[in-house]
Design a protein around this ligand. Structure first.
Ligand code: SF4
Length: 94
């Protein structure tokens, strides 16, 4: 398995970029599937809870109420698009 998303990237100034954080509030998720369709590399249905969770290798934390992950630069825009399309505002990207 290749974890290309976790390869540190250098900016023009030489500083290592920090990765964006994504969070799903499971209490707000209605399992509509929009985020799974728009960002299938990042989001999936957790059959155990019937809610969205972040997929490996981006997943960093998963509890009953929240799923969190770290995103490489190349999928941040796709993830933000999914977040803005979530009908309940359950997804945040920062
Ligand atoms: Fe849940 Fe929002 Fe994803 Fe729909 S778009 S499955 S409500 S997190």
């Amino acid at each position: 398995m290749v974890y290309k998303g976790f390869i540190p990237q250098l900016s023009h100034s030489g500083w290592v970029n920090t990765m964006a954080k994504v969070s799903v509030n499971k209490e707000l998720c209605i399992a509509c599937g929009v985020c799974w369709a728009l960002a299938p590399d990042v989001f999936e249905l957790d059959p155990a809870t019937g809610k969205t969770k972040i997929k490996p290798p981006y997943l960093t934390k998963d509890t009953e109420s929240v799923s969190e992950g770290s995103l490489p630069d190349n999928i941040v825009e796709t993830t933000k698009n999914a977040a803005s399309s979530c009908p309940t505002g359950a997804i945040s990207v920062e």
